[in-house]
Design a protein around this ligand. Structure first.
Ligand code: PGA
Length: 268
């Protein structure tokens, strides 16, 4: 796991945007794994900005989102399809027919839809770069604590903590879904690179459990310890409970030197 600590959330977003831009510029048919939530919003702003000012083109990008609520449709302002449209897709030249979310409409069989989503990812030759946030309870996607580390796209019941954390986004008498379809942990681990962004003090404990805790279904993000190319971008507040902050800084300086000497090497 490569842990990189930045001064603030804007720098985290700027660095994440560099990763995405590098992939898009390098690979003819890049496959992006996308996330929703408050954290990646500033990444998407940076990408829109790059599209407008640096001509970063999304026209060959295929994307797969981590998760989608059950019980609301794509036109609902709370759906993650809507979130992606508003924060990214409507502002760049991506072909929306090649942007996928794990949707399970009313009456559809979630098991079949989960399998179909896995199949669709395979047909696209897998995810090159998966963007991730982390829940205060250590979830990635909607893989809540106790999720199987071998899980695949399926329905999850959200925990009370996640419902409470996300209730800020819902009006008082608005329907807040308690179920979601989510990529599984094994699905996420299949991505060639994973880029996890975490900012703010309220993520510090989950970050510590992910980076330095035991590999455990109680902290689903700890599964990233098993990934060959997991990059964790943190602001100082999210990193504040890590014991080895100086080591991460030093190791990162060495990486920068190696990249300067031998060039940036990402094996997409
Ligand atoms: P947040 O959510 O970015 O809104 O904090 C992250 C997550 O739950 O994965």
């Amino acid at each position: 796991m490569q842990v990189i600590i930045f001064d603030d959330a804007q720098q985290v977003a700027a660095n994440a945007a560099e990763w995405v831009a590098e992939l898009i510029n390098k690979k003819p048919n890049p496959v992006l794994g996308l996330a929703t939530g408050s954290t990646p919003i500033s990444l998407y702003q940076q990408l829109v900005n790059k599209h407008q000012t640096d001509q970063l083109s999304f026209k060959n990008v295929i994307s797969f989102n981590l998760d989608e609520y059950l019980g609301i449709d794509a036109n609902n302002a709370q759906s993650y399809r809507h979130f992606m449209n508003v924060h990214l897709f409507d502002h760049v030249d991506i072909d929306k027919n090649k942007t996928y979310l794990p949707i399970c409409a009313q009456g559809e069989n979630p098991r079949e839809q989960g399998l179909a989503y896995e199949e669709k990812i395979k047909q696209a030759n897998g995810v090159d770069l998966q963007i991730l946030g982390i829940g205060a309870n250590g979830h990635i996607g909607f893989n809540e604590p106790t999720s199987s580390l071998a899980s695949r796209t399926r329905i999850k019941t959200l925990t009370q903590q996640t419902l409470t954390d996300n209730s800020r986004l819902f009006d008082d008498n608005e329907f807040q879904p308690t179920l979601a379809m989510t990529m599984g942990i094994a699905t996420i681990l299949d991505a060639r690179y994973v880029l996890l962004m975490a900012t703010g003090e309220n993520k510090a404990q989950a970050v510590k459990n992910m980076v330095a805790g035991p590999l455990s279904a109680m902290c689903p993000a700890s599964a990233l310890q098993m990934h060959e190319n997991a990059i964790v971008l943190l602001d100082k507040a999210a990193a504040s409970q890590l014991d080895d902050q100086e080591y991460y800084q030093w190791a990162n300086d060495q990486n920068i030197k190696i990249n300067q000497e031998f060039g940036l090497y990402h094996n997409y």
